[in-house]
Ligand binder design. Structure first.
Ligand code: SF4
Length: 266
């Protein structure tokens, strides 16, 4: 373990950091201390995910201790917990998120973390999982919930408070596995517990698609530290979320309707 101080923040690394990792972590602290947005770049293979995670964990500890001192002792612990910023970590693919979560788990920091994913990745109901497209999965899920005929969602609604707590790092596979045993819906379970988690890992569309972002609730991003990994992909993702694809058939139909409307108005 290697520990150093930077701007009164104690940064812990599980090993001796490369000089580039040290600079990277310090730049993250600069952004957080100054309340600034940062655009940080480092070549592939230089351990930037580890530097990011160690720096944000260090910042959370720094804020916690500063606020305990300001608010006064153990009695304030629960109040202090709400003042420590959540870390929202977005990446392009589930694979990249799983890698980052693996690194967070290896740090053994005690920080609870949960991944958010689509119904495609998380749904437990065979009637929905077998639908061929995501849109059909979403529609069938909505129907089953509305008619209260999804056993996994009904169980979630009846669950004890203890079943709605996240105490460890849970990626998509962990969510599916742990909720399968309890027959709870992993998709809605992860959304339910995410406000308590120190780290919330999510694919890009949760950040950049306004409809999906709103579905998380207004508090998810409020006062959070937002990390966008592999950010060179952002322009493409924004382009995709603001685009609609038409088939040739739809265009032909629209043209024929426009011709009819023109004919009728003459
Ligand atoms: S509520 Fe959950 S388990 Fe049930 S259909 Fe929807 S996503 Fe699947």
């Amino acid at each position: 373990m290697s520990v150093w101080e930077y701007r009164d923040v104690s940064i812990k690394f599980p090993c001796s950091p490369y000089p580039s990792q040290k600079v990277f972590a310090e730049k993250v602290i600069d952004c957080l201390a100054d309340g600034a947005n940062g655009l940080l770049e480092s070549p592939t293979g230089t351990g930037k995910t580890l530097a990011l995670l160690c720096a944000t964990l260090a910042w959370r500890d720094h804020v916690r201790w500063k606020n305990i001192k300001a608010l006064g002792g153990d009695a304030a612990e629960s109040r202090v917990a709400t003042t420590v910023p959540r870390v929202v970590y977005a990446s392009r693919t589930h694979g990249q998120l799983a890698q980052a979560m693996k690194q967070l788990r290896s740090l053994d920091s005690g920080a609870a973390a949960v991944a958010l994913g689509s119904r495609d990745a998380l749904c437990a109901n065979p009637r929905v999982k077998d639908r061929p497209t995501l849109s059909e999965k979403n529609q069938t899920c909505n129907f089953l919930r509305r008619t209260k005929t999804c056993e996994f969602h009904n169980n979630l609604n009846k669950s004890e408070p203890g079943q709605l707590q996240v105490g460890q790092v849970l990626d998509i596979e962990d969510l599916v596995r742990s909720n399968a045993k309890r027959r709870l819906c992993p998709y809605y379970w992860s959304r339910e517990v995410s406000p308590q988690a120190a780290f919330v890992f999510m694919p890009y569309n949760y950040l950049f698609d306004s409809v999906t972002r709103r579905s998380l609730g207004s508090d998810m991003m409020k006062d959070s530290i937002v990390i966008v990994d592999e950010a060179h992909n952002i322009s493409k993702v924004c382009e995709e979320s603001a685009s609609v694809a038409f088939t040739m058939q739809e265009i032909a139909l629209a043209l024929s309707e426009v011709s009819r409307a023109t004919f009728l108005s003459v």
